[in-house]
Ligand binder design. Structure first.
Ligand code: CU
Length: 152
């Protein structure tokens, strides 16, 4: 009985695409980061494109950071301030941009130095239960050129 159950579980696992940890409708576009020294805070930018019903980013983890926080930025009295967010909504059929002056991820307590050309992996967990693996490409500090056809 136990063996039959294990065989059924294996069959399910084999049918699951390797690119996603679990089914989800949110696609991650152009994830990038900036150089940062070990022990300091790194940054994560990306665009979340939602091809399905409304969802929300609730948790981010990276093996390269002690913890990852989601922040929003806003101008108040000419000063840019940022605030920690527990969830970042991604509207149905819409996009949420993480970029300079907007939402961003903070990779707090980097376990190693990030240099241009490096890659910083992370896992995004959504309210829907979907988990998406993402690899932030570390640039020389500048934003990568927008992808062809990508709306801002
Ligand atoms: Cu921040």
């Amino acid at each position: 009985m136990k063996q039959m159950f294990a065989a059924a579980a294996l069959a399910v696992a084999a049918a699951t695409p390797l690119t996603a940890l679990s089914a989800g409708t949110v696609e991650v576009l152009q994830p990038w980061s900036r150089p940062a020294v070990a022990g300091t805070t790194g940054i994560g930018y990306m665009v979340l494109a939602n091809h399905g019903p409304a969802d929300a980013l609730e948790k981010v983890e990276s093996p390269l950071a002690a913890r990852v926080e989601m922040h929003s930025s806003s101008m108040s009295g000419g000063v840019m301030t940022m605030r920690r967010e527990d969830r970042v909504p991604v509207p149905a059929g819409g996009r949420t941009t993480f970029g300079p002056g907007a939402y961003h991820l903070m990779l707090i307590g980097l376990t190693r130095t990030l240099k241009a050309g490096d890659q910083a992996p992370a896992t995004l967990s959504f309210a829907s239960g979907a988990k998406v693996k993402v690899v932030f490409q570390v640039t020389d500090g500048r934003a990568p050129a927008p992808m062809a056809g990508m709306a801002r």
